[in-house]
Design a protein. Structure first.
Length: 258
């Protein structure tokens, strides 16, 4: 499962995922039945602690769906639980400089100053791999994606993209909108910045991804070279489903009333 995701990402295959914002293994399990290519557990903006994170990783692992964790920072205290719990990789937000990207890669991989080793966790097959096997497995499968969403990062794109061990880049379009002082993610300045980021990623042979609020936007960004699309969230699905149900029920009831 994990090797397949990193290989598919780096090969430029079309991948569709969503965000999990509710710290519930049951919700994670439901998303695992959806047919999505991946689920991104939002450890940056949603109230996940280590226990709830592990429960959601367990549910997605059991469902055979690759789970990425958007961590609050590249600090090892955030990255280690994501990977030990069975996540296929991490998404690191607000990467502004090459050193930020290097810190993310370093924290996600074994080695000096990097990921601490333990044979017992789910991410190490509960001791089912030897030391050498686990080191090899992690080196081949761990996915590191950085999120570009700040004006400052635009001046540092070549250095960021050249970071050894980096697998992909996700555009944080909403934060980029705020950083550029725009009022809409459709502002020409924002769209130009996205194009610049995606072009830099492609030039560096990195996968490019983005949160896309509207499915109708996919053809435009697919043509630009984006291959990883993150659409909606569990919260959005519940809210939209409930609203749709309420509208339909009222419409049918009013029709019956004549």
């Amino acid at each position: 499962m994990s090797r397949g995701f990193r290989d598919r990402l780096r090969a430029g295959e079309l991948l569709v995922g969503t965000f999990l914002k509710t710290p519930s293994p049951v919700v994670a399990e439901l998303l695992g039945l959806s047919g999505l290519d991946c689920v991104v557990i939002d450890g940056e903006h949603a109230p996940f602690d280590r226990g709830s994170l592990d429960g959601c990783l367990m549910a997605l692992h059991g469902a055979g769906v690759p789970a990425l964790v958007r961590v609050p920072s590249p600090d090892g205290s955030h990255v280690l639980p994501a990977l030990d719990g069975g996540g296929v990789g991490v998404v690191v937000p607000h990467v502004r400089h090459a050193e930020d990207a290097r810190a993310a890669v370093r924290a996600a991989h074994y080695g000096p100053g990097g990921r601490g080793f333990a044979a017992a966790p789910r991410g190490a097959a509960y001791g089912g791999r030897s030391l050498r096997q686990q080191l090899s497995h992690a080196a081949e499968t761990t996915t590191v994606i950085v999120q570009i969403e700040d004006l400052e990062a635009l001046d540092n794109l070549p250095a960021i993209m050249a970071t050894p061990g980096l697998d992909g880049v996700v555009v944080g379009r909403m934060d980029l909108t705020v950083s550029l002082g725009a009022d809409s993610p459709s502002d020409p300045r924002v769209l130009q910045a996205v194009d610049t980021i995606v072009a830099a990623a492609r030039a560096a042979s990195l996968a490019a991804g983005m949160f896309v609020p509207l499915v109708s936007e996919l053809p435009r960004w697919r043509a630009q070279g984006i291959t990883l699309f993150l659409l909606g969230s569990d919260q959005q699905f519940v809210l939209e489903g409930a609203r749709s149900l309420a509208r339909a029920a009222r419409s049918e009831a009013q029709a019956a009333d004549g």
